[in-house]
Design a binder for this molecule. Sequence first.
Ligand code: 13P
Length: 260
Amino acid sequence: MRKPIVAGNWKMHLTLAEASNLVQQLKGSCESDAVEVAVCPPFTALSTVGQLLKGSRIGLGAQDLFWEAQGAFTGEVSPAMLADAGCRYVIIGHSERRTHFGETDAMVQRKLAAAMANGLTPIVCIGETLAERDGGKTFETLTKQLSGAFASCEGWDCGKIIVAYEPVWAIGTGRNATPEQAQEAHAFIRQWIGKRCGAEAAEAMRIQYGGSVNAGNAAILLQQPDVDGALVGGASLKADAFGTIVKAAAASQTKVVNRS
Ligand code: 13P
């Protein structure tokens, strides 16, 4: 049985005061034994949020990392620095990084390798654009992104990696994938992981859905057999909405997973 994981990607939002205020609201209301919960603030707030989360069950994650250990890489942050700030998770290959900052599958692969080497739990984001979906290329895109990210996965405990399926057309648009579209993509991803990393890793791996998840649609998405949690953008900035999504994930624990 996979434990669902709900993570809030705060993106480039919240000052230290705002971040502290939100964390205080999340503590208690978003803690659950049945669900792993994490928040991913901007780099500037990691340490402050990490301090506030001490003793809570909510984990801390970063939104990106660089693969080198140290050196003359202005503006970058190393895996060890993230661990030092209290991070357990790191988002890798978000579509916004791919689109706005030219991140390639090869870079995603290096970042994933660096996270694995440093004991961070990676949340690897993949997903097709609207043109790719309309052109019938969804699985082709997912295959290309997965092949790139997992190019050097030999020797890894791949079941510990989290993959987030985030269709680009659903991010920040208010237009979420239907439960059927999400399930179809998640099942495809799990099948691909099974072939590449083995059946055990595929069974253990949590695959999150991301893209306009909110308090209203979380339950039905999380009820899908291969949807093991959510990566939440906008709704993670509101304590009540995020709390409702965490509760929907907890309730999804009772879903019947029928693998044929
Ligand atoms: P929204 O929930 O705002 O659509 O963002 C999703 C996302 O990009 C999470 O990483």
